[in-house]
Design a protein around this ligand. Structure first.
Ligand SMILES: [Mn+2]
Length: 374
C-alpha cells in the first residue's frame, strides 16, 4: 500500500488554523445535473473561503454506477479546488470506489479505516460504509481509537463517518429516501472518551445538526447541500470551521424546497387569490422551489373553480411551484344556507372585533356548519 502521509515532521501535531469544509450526501446522478452544480457551488465556496481540506462524508453519488460514469469528469472538477479533498464511501455509492481509481491528484478516498490521511499533522480517519451493527461499530471505534493513540497521541484527530446517529433529531424521511433500516447505527455515547475532536458525518439529509458530545468535541451532520427529497426544506448548508473552533453552518446558494402556505377565503375571486399567491411566492429566494399547501375554504361560485379544478389551475398559473397539498374545501352550499347567512351577517356587524378576529370567527362557523352537514 502506498503511504498516504503528506506531513513533514516539523508541522506534525500542530494543525492549528487548518480550515475545513464538510459536506455529504450530494447524491450526484449525472454530469452537470443540479446536484453536480451544487458540488460546484460547494467547491467555489471552499475556494473563496480559503479552505484547506474539503471533507465529503459519503453518498457523493446517488448510485455506484453513476459514479463510474462521471469519474473522469469529476476528476477535473475536483482538481479545480486548490486544496485537499478527503472522502469516504456511503451506503449509496460504496461500490463506486475501488482501490486504484483516481479521483483527482488532490483527492484521497479512505477505503481502509486503519489508514488515516494526514495533512499538516492532522489525522483524518474514516470508516467507509459497510453493513455493520451498532455493536460492531462500537468495537471498531474502540480499535481505531487505540490505533490513533498509539500513532499520534498528541495530534488533532478527525473522523469521517456515514451513518445514523440513533439519538439525532428528525422524524421519518430525515435520511432522504431511507426509512426501512438503519445504516451504520451508532449512539453518541460511543464517541465519548475517544480521541476524535470532530466526527464529520453524513447520511442525515434534513438539516445542519451539531452535537457537542464532550467539551469542545463535536459530532456534525451538515445536511445535504441541495434538497434531495421534499423533506429537505429551507436553505442548504455546509459546515465550515478552523480546527480548534466549533463547527459552523454556512448557507449555500443551491436549490431547495421551501414550504409555502396560502389560505383561501370564501370572499376570494380567482384574481384576488392569485395575487395573494404571487405576493407570497415573490418573497422567496430564486433558488427556492415552493411546496405549496392551500388551506382555508372557498365558494366555488365566487372563485370560479371547483375543488377538482383548483390544483390544475394553480399549477398552470405557477409552473415552478410543486403542489404539496390542497386542504381547502368548497363551501358554496353553505353560502346558500339562510341560517349561515344570518350568522355570517351577525359576525360582520361585530365592530367590537377586529377584522382578523371576525375572520377567525367566520372560519370557526364554517367549520362547525360543514361538519354538521356531513
Ligand atoms: Mn444519503
Amino acid at each position: 500500500m502506498p503511504q498516504r502521509r503528506s506531513e513533514t515532521p516539523s508541522d506534525a501535531a500542530s494543525g492549528s488554523g487548518l480550515k475545513i469544509l464538510h459536506t455529504a450526501d450530494v447524491h450526484i446522478r449525472a454530469f452537470q445535473d443540479d446536484r453536480w452544480q451544487a458540488l460546484q457551488v460547494v467547491l467555489t465556496v471552499a475556494t473563496q473561503q480559503n479552505v484547506d481540506v474539503v471533507v465529503i462524508s459519503g453518498d457523493l453519488f446517488d448510485a455506484a454506477y453513476q459514479g463510474e460514469q462521471v469519474r473522469d469528469r469529476i476528476r477535473e472538477l475536483f482538481q479545480t479546488f486548490p486544496g485537499h479533498i478527503v472522502l469516504i464511501p456511503g451506503n449509496h455509492d460504496y461500490q463506486a470506489f475501488l482501490d486504484g481509481y483516481l479521483w483527482g491528484n488532490n483527492v484521497q478516498v479512505i477505503l481502509d479505516a486503519r489508514e488515516p490521511v494526514v495533512f499538516e499533522g492532522v489525522y483524518f480517519w474514516g470508516i467507509p460504509y459497510e453493513t455493520l451493527s451498532e455493536e460492531q461499530i462500537t468495537c471498531r471505534l474502540m480499535e481505531l481509537d487505540a490505533m490513533a493513540r498509539r500513532q499520534a497521541p498528541d495530534a488533532v484527530h478527525v473522523l469521517l463517518y456515514h451513518g445514523e446517529l440513533l439519538n439525532a433529531r428528525g422524524g421519518p424521511g430525515a435520511y432522504g429516501e431511507e426509512t426501512e433500516r438503519s445504516y451504520m447505527p451508532v449512539q453518541i455515547e460511543a464517541f465519548k472518551g475517544k480521541i476524535w475532536h470532530y466526527v464529520l458525518s453524513g447520511h442525515f439529509h434534513q438539516s445542519f445538526q451539531c452535537h457537542e458530545f464532550e467539551s469542545r468535541k463535536y459530532f456534525v451532520y451538515p445536511g445535504s447541500p441541495i434538497s434531495i427529497t421534499r423533506k429537505e426544506t429551507e436553505a442548504r448548508k455546509v459546515n465550515i470551521f478552523s480546527l480548534g473552533e466549533p463547527p459552523g453552518p454556512v448557507v449555500l446558494e443551491t436549490p431547495h424546497y421551501q414550504p409555502v402556505e396560502v389560505t383561501l377565503s370564501p370572499e376570494d375571486t380567482w384574481s384576488v387569490f392569485l395575487k395573494r399567491c404571487e405576493d407570497q411566492l415573490k418573497a422567496l429566494s430564486n433558488l427556492a422551489i415552493p411546496l405549496l399547501t392551500v388551506g382555508g375554504s372557498f365558494d366555488s361560485h365566487q372563485l370560479g373553480k371547483t375543488e377538482r379544478e383548483l390544483q390544475d389551475a394553480l399549477q398552470e398559473a405557477f409552473p415552478r411551484v410543486q403542489i404539496e397539498r390542497i386542504q381547502a374545501v368548497d363551501v358554496h352550499r353553505l353560502y346558500a344556507d339562510d341560517l349561515f347567512q344570518t350568522l355570517r351577517e351577525k359576525i360582520a356587524q361585530r365592530t367590537d372585533l377586529n377584522p382578523d378576529q371576525r375572520e377567525e370567527l367566520l372560519a370557526l362557523l364554517i367549520k362547525v356548519m360543514t361538519q354538521e352537514r356531513v
